[in-house]
Write a protein that binds this ligand. Structure first.
Ligand code: NAD
Length: 648
């Protein structure tokens, strides 16, 4: 090979090297552009998949008859007969819409279900439960709410102020469809008297807890909580069972009516006193109470026989608690547990003074409210004094969340707070885990849908013995009122799993219509109520009301279907602030995301509220389950919001 050849080969080699390096440089220089193209392609592809998914979801809904247009399938429902005043209404059933979407439909059906005559205590007066806890301010406001919900678009939010619809705004598809504020007053004005003046002027309504936030499900709504309370008492004092014990209580209204069944579910005997025979008849009809005795003597005799033979039995008797409790104390009756759930929180509309018939009480209430209140408070003082007497005699005595102690104090009994409330006594440890009452309603109206959800829970939590026992008992013994519903206590890390499982049941057509998931306001992180949920907090923060407000804001930000903030529920005006939130499982991917966020964050509020107050169990739960608390007690403040503090 000559020199020329070699030079030529070297030049070719250099040329190839330059070409390779130029290609490499170009490849490197285009790296960012190529990554960008790749990222855009991925986003476009996933966008296309979402559009396709939504198309399929819409098509499935149309196929199942769940069109996004009002079906007007239930035009005969008296609820839609606007302007016709007081009437009995019931929720529509089935899988057709009466509104423009399932979130609006869920709110509509739950409002109407609250007023179903099987559910509400005085439906023609819009009173659902808990004294005068109402679903809407008056019948005109009710009509306007129903009409607004039927017309509401999927990106609008309806505002309810003390039971009256006051505005409708465009928000976004992921915002709540309804926001509710009931009975809230500026603290210096937060008295029953001021509230009643406003109520008389047509400016306010008492919303209790789930009455004005449209998620009441009848007496079952409190049953598991009441059952849990008696489980705790059985464990604390009676070797794990109430067999061979007698519980004395009063008040067989919407919530108090759960007491006799909760006692018999624990194996015990219950004597339940109510001044109103109609309320007793309602609990008999729904199997919450077993028998009614003709006289107090007959009730005691029957109860003692059952106690001696170890039979589980509940006996109701007509009477005024302020007469019956002292009478039984005086005769030294063999009572082991004493509590009360009359509507003591409302001295004018809730508690009947001793020494008068229901008719006499009704006329005095209208003619001389001040005299009525004075008599009711004096009677509550006597009633509460008898309970303190039972405590001194060795019985297990507790306040059951109706402010009897506070009103008895007003009535002149200075030792009213001698016995504790049920939350510090039995429930607070559960609240530390974000545990609380979680409920759901089958919008189809088909009881088989609730059976499917019960089964889903059994497979989801096979090791949760108390839950499995509860579901079995509830299936056997709970009579549905209105739309079929279920309640159970689940905590942080559990509720969202249940919610997503329910959403899957809807998506796959195992249940025939969407399911609404909600809760009582009586929950771990949604109440400030110094005589009840936040009584005797470790750090003295009983009256701090920032927590329920944060709870409502967080649930709104998390995409709940409707959210409510109320004042005065449970214990009366001036005594509590609390919030509630609902989500709707309609089978869509959007619903799954909202369910995951709301049902994680909402019980998470319970964990952080109790961790902030210094409860060791809540701090442990936060660390174990990864709830982020920036200034968690004992942790480095600078640990940041990345979970380090919680992982501790
Ligand atoms: P409700 O108004 O439906 O029923 C109250 C019952 O008390 C009625 O049946 C009435 O006839 C009876 N009553 C009134 N005065 C009486 C008297 N002197 N003697 C005997 N009976 C009398 O109320 P509800 O929904 O059953 O709630 C009862 C109370 O419990 C309320 O104060 C409510 O705020 C509270 N509450 C507590 C809890 C809890 O978990 N602890 C939950 C919900 C409600």
């Amino acid at each position: 090979m000559g020199d020329d050849d070699r030079t030529w080969i070297d030049k070719v080699g250099e040329g190839i090297e330059r070409a390779v390096s130029a290609v490499g440089g170009a490849w490197d220089r285009t790296a960012t552009a190529r990554r960008d193209v790749w990222d855009r392609t991925k986003v476009a592809a996933s966008g296309a998949a979402d559009v396709l998914d939504r198309g399929i979801e819409e098509a499935t809904k149309v196929y199942k008859g769940q069109t996004s247009q009002p079906a007007n399938g239930d035009t005969d429902n008296p609820a839609f007969a606007y302007g016709t005043g007081p009437r009995l209404v019931r929720s529509p059933r089935g899988s057709g819409l009466n509104t423009k979407g399932w979130f609006q439909e869920a709110a509509l059906r739950c409002l109407l279900n609250n007023l179903d005559p099987e559910v509400a205590e005085i439906p023609l007066e819009l009173v659902v439960y808990g004294g005068k806890g109402k679903a809407a301010r008056n019948w005109d406001a009710f009509d306007a709410i129903v009409r607004s919900l039927r017309d509401l678009e999927g990106d609008e939010t309806l505002l309810i102020q003390s039971g009256k619809p006051v505005g409708r705004f465009r928000t976004s598809t992921s915002a709540p469809r309804v926001l509710i504020a009931n009975s809230n007053l500026v603290p210096d004005w937060a008295t029953w008297r001021h509230f009643w003046d406003l109520e008389d002027a047509g400016l306010m309504m008492y919303g209790q807890m789930t009455a004005g936030s449209w998620i009441y499900i009848g007496t079952q709504g409190i049953l598991q909580g009441t059952y849990q309370t008696f489980v705790a008492i059985a464990e604390k004092r009676f070797g794990g069972s109430l067999t061979g014990t007698i519980t004395l209580t009063a008040g067989l209204g919407g919530m108090g009516g759960a007491q006799p069944l909760a006692v018999t579910m624990n194996g015990g005997v219950c004597i339940a006193v109510d001044v109103d025979p109609d309320r007793i008849a309602k609990r008999l009809a729904t199997r919450y109470v077993d028998e009614v005795a003709p006289t107090l003597d007959a009730a005691i005799e029957r109860a003692v026989t059952a106690k001696e033979s170890g039979e589980a039995l509940s006996v109701a008797v007509v009477g005024n608690a302020a007469d019956v409790f002292p009478a039984l104390l005086e005769r030294g009756a063999a009572i082991d547990i004493v509590t009360d759930q009359t509507s003591a929180h409302d001295p004018l509309n809730g508690y009947v003074p001793r020494g008068m018939t229901l008719e006499e009480a009704a006329s005095l209430r209208a003619e001389d409210p001040d005299d009525y209140i004075a008599r009711a408070r004096a009677s509550m003082a006597t009633h509460c004094e008898a309970m303190v007497g039972w405590q001194r005699a060795g019985a297990e005595v507790f306040d059951y969340g109706n402010n009897l102690r506070g009103e008895a104090l007003e009535g002149g009994f200075t030792d009213a707070f001698a016995y504790p409330g049920f939350v510090p006594a039995y429930i607070r440890d559960l609240f530390c885990e974000g545990l609380g009452p979680f409920r759901w309603i089958a919008l189809s109206g088909d009881p088989a849908d609730i059976t499917a959800t019960d089964d889903a829970l059994r497979s989801l939590f096979p090791d949760n013995g108390p839950l499995l026992r509860w579901l079995d008992m509830a299936e056997q013994r709970v009579e549905f009122q209105g739309l079929p519903a279920r309640i159970c206590w689940l905590g942080y890390g559990e509720r969202h799993r249940a919610g997503i499982a329910f959403n899957d049941l809807v998506r796959t057509g195992v249940v025939s219509a969407p399911i609404v998931i909600g809760r009582d306001h009586l929950d771990s992180g949604s109440v400030a109520s110094p005589y009840r949920e936040t009584e005797d907090m470790l750090d003295g923060s009983d009256a701090v009301a920032d927590w329920p407000i944060l709870n409502a804001l967080l649930n709104t930000a998390s995409g709940a279907a409707w959210v409510a903030v109320h004042h005065g529920g449970g214990v009366g005006i001036g005594k509590s602030i609390h919030a509630g939130a609902q989500v709707v499982a309609d089978g869509s991917r959007d619903a799954a995301l909202r369910i995951e966020r709301v049902l994680t964050n909402d019980p998470g509020m319970g964990v952080i509220r109790h961790a902030d107050a210094g409860y060791a169990r809540a701090l442990d739960v936060a660390r174990e389950r990864g709830v982020v608390i920036p200034m968690s007690v004992g942790d480095d403040v600078d640990a940041g919001a990345n979970g380090d503090a919680a992982d501790g």
